[in-house]
Write a protein that binds this ligand. Structure first.
Ligand SMILES: Cc1cc2nc3c(=O)[nH]c(=O)nc-3n(C[C@H](O)[C@H](O)[C@H](O)COP(=O)(O)OP(=O)(O)OC[C@H]3O[C@@H](n4cnc5c(N)ncnc54)[C@H](O)[C@@H]3O)c2cc1C
Length: 327
């Protein structure tokens, strides 16, 4: 009978995604309920050297598919590797971070295994030794709880929701090879070009400063960028300003953009439309800056500042600069 949790650990260029460590930590917290063990699975080229760094997140075993076949991501190749890992471990649950890559990969793996997939999960309800994934729906207006009726269930976890649990001691954990080839790959990545964007990945950032139509024009992004620099924040945007061509779509937060769940979200000149809230209302602290005291965003904000964003933000940045230079 299937038991245990297999965690797909995503890496790019040898850099493990923070959200994967969150998934690994949550698997560690939940495995006693499920029974069995936590296995971390990492795939790529030259990833064996980074596999050991996962030990401090408490897996019982680390499974590695290290091959030139996996130098670049391909849906088919990675799906073959992950499917093999699931079969080998006979896991009851497969966890992955809810990232762009896993949104592409996990449905393919679910289809190959004829298994259910629930994405963007923010909580697990425990029922006996089963985990019932819970996820927001209809822009966060309702929550749905799922029960799997299948030997294995796949789940993607929303970044920044589940805490990372890291051991401060040196931990050893067995690392095992999973020899698998990518098989026939019909669409092969030959090159990747990074677009200029945030230094911190928006969906994983712990602080986000987002701008909407209230910033008046694209010439004012540097005002928000200066605040980002002081806070180590990622820049986000509403759809209105993306549609207006003020900024690229990769910065968009919301129903048709990215979902973020930072510790702090600063909404600058954003009205708080339901589709925008869908992408950020699970943020821990929301600060809204808007010159309209009746703006919808204030109903969802932890703190509100009524004022002109182009006056308030530079003042905030100035104060933070002083604080940062004193530290
Ligand atoms: C199917 C669908 C999907 C969508 N998906 C998304 C999505 O993913 N993300 C998203 O964001 N939207 C999305 N939208 C659009 C959404 O409905 C809103 O139109 C959009 O979020 C509005 O953006 P905004 O708040 O920047 O602009 P506005 O609604 O125009 O609000 C601007 C705000 O700035 C304030 N303001 C103006 N001047 C100043 C100033 N000087 N200082 C301070 N405040 C000022 C105003 O009071 C106002 O509240 C979607 C819509 C649909 C129909």
């Amino acid at each position: 009978m299937a038991e245990g949790i297999l965690v797909f650990v995503e890496q790019r260029g040898g850099q493990v995604r923070k959200a994967s460590l969150e998934a690994l930590s949550e698997a560690h917290r939940k495995v006693a309920t499920v029974g069995g063990a936590v296995t971390a699975f990492i795939v790529g080229k030259d990833v064996k050297s980074i596999a050991g760094s996962l030990a401090k997140y408490h897996p019982s075993k680390i499974l590695v598919s290290d091959s030139a076949d996996f130098e670049n991501y391909s849906t088919e190749g990675y799906a073959t590797a992950l499917t093999e890992a699931v079969k080998k471990t006979d896991a009851k649950y497969v966890f992955a971070a809810n990232t762009a890559l896993s949104k592409d990969l996990l449905p393919r793996v679910a289809a190959r295994l004829d298994a259910p997939l629930v994405s963007d999960v923010t909580e697990f309800v425990v029922d006996g030794n089963n985990l019932l994934p819970k996820r927001p729906q209809y822009s966060g207006k309702t929550y749905t709880v799922y029960e799997f009726n299948s030997p294995v269930g796949l789940v993607t976890l929303r970044p920044n929701v589940f805490a990372i649990e890291e051991s401060s001691n040196n931990v050893n954990c067995p690392i095992e090879d999973l020899a698998v080839s990518a098989g026939e790959v019909k669409a092969k990545v030959t090159a990747t070009q990074a677009a200029s964007g945030n230094k911190v990945e928006l969906s994983e950032a712990s602080v986000v400063v987002a701008g909407g139509r209230g910033i008046k024009g694209p010439e004012n992004w540097p005002v928000l960028q200066s605040l980002c620099d002081q806070l180590g924040a990622a820049l986000g945007a509403s759809r209105a300003v993306v549609d207006a061509g003020w900024i690229d779509h990769q910065f968009q937060v919301g129903q048709t953009g990215k979902t973020v769940s930072p510790q702090l979200y600063i909404a600058c000149g954003i009205s708080g439309a339901i589709q925008h809230l869908a992408g950020m209302n699970s943020s821990k602290v929301i600060v809204a800056i808007n010159n309209n005291p009746d703006a919808e965003i204030f109903k969802h904000a932890t703190y509100g500042i009524v004022g002109d964003v182009l006056e308030v933000v530079p003042k905030l940045t100035e104060e933070l600069k002083k604080m940062n230079s004193n530290n």
